[in-house]
Design a protein around this ligand. Sequence first.
Ligand SMILES: [Zn+2]
Length: 410
Amino acid sequence: MHDLVIVGNIVSENGKIHGSIAIDDGKITGISIGTLRGEETINLGRGQAVLPGLIDVHTHLRDFTEKSKESVRTGTMAAVHGGITTVFDMPNTKPPIIDAATLRRREKAFMGKAYSNYALGFLLAGNCVEAKGANADFYKIFMGASTGGMFSEDFEGDYSCAPGVVSVHAEDQAIIAERPERPPEAEVLAIKRALNAAEKFGKPLNICHVSTAAGMTEILRAELPQVSFEVTPHHLFLTRGDYERNPLLKVYPPLRTESDRAFLWKNFSRIPLIASDHAPHTLEDKEGGAAGIPGLETEVALLLDATNRGLLGIEDIVEKMHTNPVRAFGIRGKGIHKGMDADLTVVDLKREWRVRPEEFYSESKWSPWEGKKLKGKVIMTVIRGNVVMEEDEIIGKPQGARIDVGDNRA
Ligand SMILES: [Zn+2]
């Protein structure tokens, strides 16, 4: 008899089956196409499916001196509400995470307060010595200034010294300083420089939020196995036209043309990672011109809705938000296999609902998709065998833990 058994459609990197997942002491202890017996059993209905816990490799959770924008608590509540079991915490906080002491402070901010699991980022900008002793889970480099204003004056130097996987915001500083509207060339030039460096040093590199057809073309053409990249839901579902109608949609990199958006969809199968770039601001700051869009509570549902419209398959969500994040960042202990942590995301593909930002757990109570009806919803989130969210309700105490990236700290 197992602690908990979930019976229904299971979608994992190994494909789709109908069967049972058994969980004991927070770990997956059995997977069967037959029926396993548990002290507690969750039977999923038709149109519902259990996926491996989804991972968002790009979120800004603010906290520190910016708790009015978001805190670890509200940001990770938003994560599990949206079906995300692990968030990657970006280090351009106030103060920024640029030394070992601040990273330790960040870890303390997460311990006992995080509802989802987390990976801790470190901001690299000429502080290589500090980075080596910091023991972060990944390293962030801004090639050009974004929220927080810090950027790397020497990308190759910072990247080559990074003691682990680097995520890079690729927009060229010289271009964006002159042209604050951030034209496509800013992204394309920075991506070319990043790819040259990746080829030269052969180290893992993740290029954040690729938004242009030309930028993505460069990455695909380079075919470097050590390079991964993200695309955001807002670049997949919105364009510059939407921004012209709604100035709150200001974001870096900016929303692009319909032809850029069409290119992302045409090459959707070649996008390795989908990440929200969840970037909460107060409405007041947004109205004052702050760049960023909150996304944790809409991203999976938007992809489910697109699945219902035939734009992708549910296995694409697993690939781009679980399997590839695990691979790109060397995450250990996750996935629907025996012996792994029982982190699971349960979705209902048929459920229709309307986006109501006032019901978000995020402090950021607005959304580009406010009022939009979506078909497909996350209905349950499980972390190490505990149901932490069910039907929009957060259950129990924060149980998130720091992830294990093993020896990605090369
Ligand atoms: Zn970001």
